[in-house]
Structure formats: C-alpha cells, structure tokens
Write a protein that binds this ligand. Structure first.
Ligand SMILES: Cc1cc2nc3c(=O)[nH]c(=O)nc-3n(C[C@H](O)[C@H](O)[C@H](O)COP(=O)(O)O)c2cc1C
Length: 185
C-alpha cells in the first residue's frame, strides 16, 4: 500500500480502532462526493466509482452542487481540486452544511498541481491542502491523499492510483460490499 506519510499516520490509528469496534457482517455503503471546475476531479471520482463497482460495491459519484443527502452513507469519499491555494470552496461548504459529516467514516482526496514539484511540492500539498479540507470534517477520517491533477491531458497514473487507494480504503472501513447507497439529489 503506497500511502503517503500523513495518510499512513491517520490510517494506522484508525485501523487499530476499527479492528476493535467492527462487528462481523457489517456492510459499508459508500458515497463518492466531489467538486470539479474543469473535469479532472470528476473523472477521478467516476473512475473510483467504476473500480468499486467491480469490487461489488454500489456507490455513485455525485457532484456536491447537486446537494446530495448523505444520510445513508457509511463511508463518504470526498474529492476536491485545489484552486488558488485552497480546496474548491463549494466542497468545503458542502462538508459544513452536512454537519462536518459527523458520525461518518470519511476519506478525502485532493487533486493539485503542486504534486508535480517533487518532494517539497508533495509535502507542501499534503500539509496545506489536506489540512484545509480536513478542518471542517467532524467525521472519522480514515485516509487522505493528494493526487497530481491535470489541466489538459488526463493523468492516467493519477486515475489508477486513486482507484487502488479507494479499493484499499473501503477495505479499511470494514464490512462486505453490498448495499446500495445513492445520495438523493
Ligand atoms: C486557475 C487555476 C488555479 C490553480 N491553482 C492551483 C493551486 O493553487 N495549487 C495547486 O496545486 N494546483 C492548482 N491548480 C491545478 C488544479 O488543482 C488541477 O488542474 C486540478 O486537476 C483541477 O481539477 P478540476 O479539473 O477537477 O477542476 C490550479 C489550476 C487552475 C486552472
């Protein structure tokens, strides 16, 4: 598993707790919610949806603009691109409007170009962008990742990495793939 340092720290803590309070047979209803200006985050969210469907889950990627209801979601995967040094404001607003996703398991992913600038760019993006998106979250963040975004040409590596990451986090969240979770638009 190629988790970033930040991610690994969060994941280890949560993994210990999840292993102790998870009951056998729990099912995880997964929702993928995202914002996007130019389509990259949408493409990644939809790729995650496809990957999880192949694994037997039944999520649907929904844009936060559609004001989805997260009541039926156990695990919320939230995605946002960075513009002018901040995760897209509509995603942050959505998290706040949903009470910080309190009571949910949450994973977040960010798309940013800072990733392109080597180790320092990556560390900067993880420190700043992940902190900003995690600030309003009151739920249980079990994993977080920054992926390299794009402006024009689709980044196939990002898409594959995001799919692998999502497959790992649903396992981390526990339970068998099953129930339908359609955020009501
Ligand atoms: C006007 C503009 C501002 C951007 N600002 C940042 C930034 O501050 N930091 C960063 O890492 N990436 C920045 N990016 C890169 C985007 O985060 C990246 O292209 C992302 O994949 C866009 O996602 P979207 O297509 O879902 O909107 C910016 C891109 C644009 C076009």
């Amino acid at each position: 598993m190629d988790f970033s340092r930040t991610d690994l720290r969060v994941s280890r803590e949560k993994l210990i707790r999840l292993q102790t309070d998870r009951s056998v047979g729990d099912m995880v209803r997964v929702c993928i919610l995202y914002g996007s200006r130019r389509g990259a985050t949408r493409t990644v969210a939809q790729a995650i949806e496809r990957a999880l469907r192949k694994k037997g889950y039944n999520p649907r990627a929904v844009e936060v603009k559609q004001k989805p209801d997260v009541a039926d979601c156990d695990l919320v995967i939230v995605g946002a691109p960075v513009y002018y040094e901040r995760p897209l404001p509509e995603v942050l607003r959505f998290i706040e409007e949903q009470g910080g996703l309190a009571g949910k398991k949450v994973t977040v992913f960010i798309l940013a170009m800072a990733q392109k600038f080597g180790k320092h760019g990556r560390e900067y993006a993880e420190r700043r962008y992940l902190r900003l998106i995690m600030e309003p979250i009151k739920g249980d963040v079990i994993s977080s990742r920054v992926f390299e975004g794009w402006l024009f040409r689709k980044n196939e590596t990002t898409i594959k990495e995001a799919q692998t990451w999502a497959e790992e986090v649903v396992k981390l969240a526990g339970g068998e793939p099953d129930e339908l979770c359609r955020p009501r638009g």
